[in-house]
Design a protein around this ligand. Structure first.
Ligand code: BGC
Length: 910
């Protein structure tokens, strides 16, 4: 039933390149989106009109209409590409949109949103790279006592400054800044912005990101000081385990590049840039490293150095270097920020006076400690994810990452916190603290790429809600400029395999479009001349072709981002890279069985027990999957010939797979759960053998006493495959399994994130081998996708992208009495909640305007299911795996909906 709407639709949440009012966007990334608000059912956008005006200055102007889309008959509200006059680099633009609704009524114009265009990648920069040069080499004196070789490899963080005059009233000021290494920019004693670890990580030889800040409020007439502190970061600090080059992956010392544009009220401009007028010195930060941590000697801080009136005698000139041709790119991703503070849950003190602080949550960040007392206290903070059996801090699994921050106090009240490092920890050990320490003296700061939450989930099972939170904490702790594997040990790399299996979960949890958009540039930058993607991006120096399921991320992740966010711009940008990868695979494997160029072949990484899945089976399945996704990608970007080519390729690879690995009774070679899951998920089992293959999969699970045996690669598709083949009951049995290997076991063992290994800790053996045992790795959390798409039933209609047309098909089961949650899609929030009570099933749904859905209500009496108006279903259908109608099918549009009926009693699983 359609309820007539009272008012026109309102466009809100205007975004450009997935960001709200970005200060720097590359022209080819300017794609606009909005979300519609409006009460009532049947709400839909029939047409839109976009106006873009500019470029503008703070002195007015900018009224020129650069693009009037005209009235466009379309329901699209995302991925609207700019198609107006060429935009000016560095220019500021405003845009607004109005829409026509289902009755043809126009909305008012939206409030304006803004975007600023990226500076010219090479010609927009007038600054020089500056660095301390000689001064840097002449410091680092070894302290008293034995020489610590690691400390010798770490360098102090240089401070750089210059003064400049502001000659009159300022209308506006923009700071554009980047570093090879990490920077913290300062203006007149204030920190600029709130980003951490800027400019983030890229392959600095190929692309350097910069950030733009509005600093109008930080300038004052008269003398001003522009300063920056630099640190090694990814550029020349430690990460990864490439021991030979550890600590100097891209260069040997950090450098700064910045330009400050001041626009005076009289219309004149002034540029203050990094150049030979800058000076440098050292300060309190004696070293700062992502893996090793930081050391501050607070007595050495040149107080007031970044503010006017400071005596810079003794500061030395910087060394200058002209910028080369490396593109300087406006950061397309969300900045890294501190997003939360966590108070200690408890503090225990050992016989040596060391305090063990438990934050109750494994997180990524650092500590802030308040101290007051005489100078010279040496406070040391070590971080770890676990405690050893004797209650001491367990750090062996960090391998060579020292994860230690040290502070030598200078007396009086002080706040101690590192600036250029992050640690993965739940516990911290604090030693050397003068006097008593209380909970109020300590806070953990949580930091990561600041990506807005999009998904919610809760249910009648508290342990499952904890699993859901653990998945999100794992994502937060590892999405740090790139999707890393883990935040604690000496690795922290952008592993492609982990990212692809988790990508869909990541999208449901948080609004990762811009984040993945940035990282996919890193993936393309890392691609080898052969067309091979690499295992990690940004890549390590000696990277070869990626392993199966790792390299395939180069296709799967763009496809996933398009599917979730309708971002065809991303597909276009990466089409060349993706086809080069496909060509590479085909050249290497002319008989369509992917048996060559398997790189490091990690196979079904960390599968419990022996990993028996044949590497060629896994590889060929992923190749076929790539081909199928490429066909969809080609269609979505208007390339029908390519689409046909990839469909043909898919048929050939599928045929080779079937021939090599699928028996006539539906058995798949090796019989591992992963072999069945891949064959079924990727559509490689002939239709008539799907049901027998699914039965064999269930038999394999039964043989494992209702445990999973999948590693990183099989795990993400395991429960979706079971639900899609009619075995939701088995999926719940695995979900609710409480002995290892299982998700529930981790949760009940006290996990607050997702572990790298199913057996990271077991009650009989304790902590696994420290060689490779992270307690914060997100890959096994890829079960999150199933919670959203199957338990809540928030999914898209097959073959669609961008959440305009949905399939809402909850899969209740297990011991859950109710579940509810939501997903804030590009078209607005979709929510779903269901409950069982007294043999009855109730489903409540809410859709935003401009979305329609087919709803499937599971019921033993589907014809008897009613909506809130007493209307029955449009039709009944089979529930997955159950023959005989067991689903009531309704068609719905925007608004709230409720359905009630007899509950479905699925067959028991035994
Ligand atoms: C990483 C993984 C990664 C794997 C490759 C590990 O060291 O932590 O997450 O995917 O290597 O197999």
């Amino acid at each position: 039933m359609i309820i007539p709407s009272a008012s026109p639709l309102t466009p809100t949440w205007l975004r450009c390149a997935h960001l709200v009012n970005p200060l720097g966007v590359a022209p080819d990334r300017i794609r606009l989106s909005w979300v519609l608000e409006g009460a009532g059912t049947g709400r839909a956008q029939r047409a839109y009109e976009v106006h873009v005006t500019g470029p503008e200055t703070d002195l007015g102007g900018g009224q020129d209409l650069c693009w009037d889309s005209g009235r466009v008959e379309s329901s699209c509200s995302a991925d609207i590409g700019y198609a107006g006059r060429p935009l000016t680099p560095g220019g500021r633009y405003r845009w607004k949109v109005r829409v026509w609704d289902e009755h043809g009524r126009a909305s008012g114009w939206s409030g304006p949103a803004t975007f600023e265009v990226e500076l010219g990648r090479t010609d927009g920069w007038h600054a020089s790279w500056i660095s301390p040069g000689r001064i840097r080499e002449s410091i680092s004196p070894p302290g008293p006592g034995p020489v610590d070789p690691l400390a010798m490899a770490l360098s102090p963080a240089p401070y750089l400054r210059r003064t400049f005059a502001v000659a009159g009233p300022v209308a506006s000021a923009r700071l554009y800044v980047t570093a090879l290494g990490l920077y913290e920019a300062r203006l007149n004693g204030h920190r600029v912005g709130d980003t951490v670890l800027a400019p983030g990580w890229t392959d600095y030889a190929r692309r350097i990101l910069y950030q733009a800040y509005n600093v109008t409020g930080l300038l004052a007439e008269g003398e001003n000081v522009f300063g920056a502190i630099l640190a090694d970061g990814w550029y020349c600090g430690f990460f990864g385990f490439d021991a030979k080059r550890a600590g100097a992956h891209y260069g040997t010392a950090p450098e700064l590049l910045a330009q400050l544009l001041i626009t005076y009220a009289d219309g004149s401009n002034d540029w203050i840039v990094t150049d030979g007028q800058w000076q440098c010195a050292l300060g309190a930060i004696r070293h700062a490293d992502l893996l090793m941590g930081e050391r501050h000697d607070l007595a050495l801080e040149p107080h007031g150095w970044d503010a006017p009136g400071f005596d810079a005698a003794g500061w030395r000139p910087v060394r200058c270097r002209e910028h080369d041709a490396t593109p300087l790119v406006a950061d397309p991703g969300p900045p890294i920020r501190v997003t939360q503070e966590v108070a200690p849950r408890s503090i225990a003190t050992d016989d040596h006076g060391r305090h063990i602080v438990d934050f109750g949550q494994n997180l990524t960040g650092s500590l802030r400690i308040s101290v007051d007392g005489p100078p010279g206290a040496h406070i040391r903070v070590r971080h770890g994810e676990m405690l050893a059996a004797d209650g001491s801090l367990y750090t062996e699994n960090l391998r060579t990452a020292r994860a230690t921050d040290e502070f030598v106090t200078s007396g009086g009240p002080q706040a101690l916190e590192p600036r250029f490092t992050l640690h993965g920890f739940r516990y911290a050990e604090i030693s050397g603290y003068p006097g008593d320490i209380g909970q109020a003296d300590i806070t953990a700061w949580v930091a990561h790429s600041d990506i807005a939450p999009a998904g919610e989930f809760e249910s009648s099972a508290p342990w499952l809600d904890q699993l859901f939170r653990n998945i999100d904490w794992g994502q937060r702790g590892n999405f740090i400029s790139v999707p890393t594997d883990c935040p604690q040990r000496d690795e922290r790399l952008g592993w492609l395999g982990d990212a692809q299996i988790f990508a869909r979960t990541a999208c449901y949890n948080r609004d990762v479009a811009a984040f993945f958009g940035k990282w996919l540039d890193d993936v393309a930058d890392a691609q080898l001349p052969s067309g091979a993607f690499t295992d990690v991006a940004p890549r390590l120096t000696r990277s070869g072709a990626a392993a199966p399921a790792w390299g395939d991320a180069g296709v799967i992740v763009p496809w996933t981002v398009w599917k979730m966010y309708a971002d065809t711009g991303l597909l276009r940008r990466h089409f060349g890279a993706m086809t080069a990868w496909m060509d590479f695979l085909e050249r290497a494997n002319p008989d369509y069985l992917r048996a060559r160029e398997l790189g490091n072949s990690y196979n079904d990484w960390l599968a419990p027990g022996p990993d028996l899945t044949p590497p060629e089976l896994l590889a060929t399945a992923y190749w076929a999957y790539d081909a199928a996704l490429m066909a969809e990608i080609a269609d979505a970007t208007g390339r029908p010939d390519d689409a046909a080519g990839y469909r043909a390729l898919w048929s050939k690879v599928r045929a080779a797979f079937t021939e090599a690995f699928v028996a006539s009774d539906g058995q798949v070679a090796s019989g591992t759960q992963t072999a069945y899951v891949l064959g079924l998920h990727m559509g490689l089992i002939p239709d008539e053998l799907r049901a027998p293959a699914a039965e064999h999969l269930v038999a394999a699970i039964r043989r494992a006493d209702w445990h999973l045996t999948t590693g990183f690669v099989g795990v993400g598709y395991l429960l979706p495959v079971l639900s899609s083949t009619g075995y939701t009951g088995v999926a719940y049995r695995l979900l609710e399994q409480d002995s290892p290997p299982s998700w529930r076991y981790m949760v009940e063992a006290g996990a607050t994130t997702i572990w790298e290994r199913w057996d990271g800790w077991t009650s009989d053996r304790g902590i696994q081998s420290p060689k490779m045992n992270s307690f914060n790795h997100y890959a096994l959390g890829s079960v999150g996708e199933w919670l959203y798409r199957f338990v809540l039933g928030i999914d898209q209609a097959p073959g669609t992208a961008g959440f305009g047309r949905l399939l809402l098909r909850p899969h209740p089961g297990g011991s859950l009495g109710w579940a509810r949650g939501s997903y804030r899609s590009v078209r607005g929030p979709v929510s779903s909640g269901w409950e069982y009570s007294g043999g009855r099933f109730t489903l409540r749904l809410e859709l935003p305007p401009n979305v329609t859905a087919s709803v499937r209500v599971p019921s033993d009496d589907p014809a008897g299911v009613r909506d809130a108006h007493g209307d029955g279903p449009a039709m009944t259908a089979d529930y997955p795996g159950l023959s005989g109608a067991a689903e009531a099918v309704f068609e719905i549009s925007s608004g709230t909906h409720e359905f009630r009926g007899a509950a479905l009693q699925p067959p028991a699983v035994a």
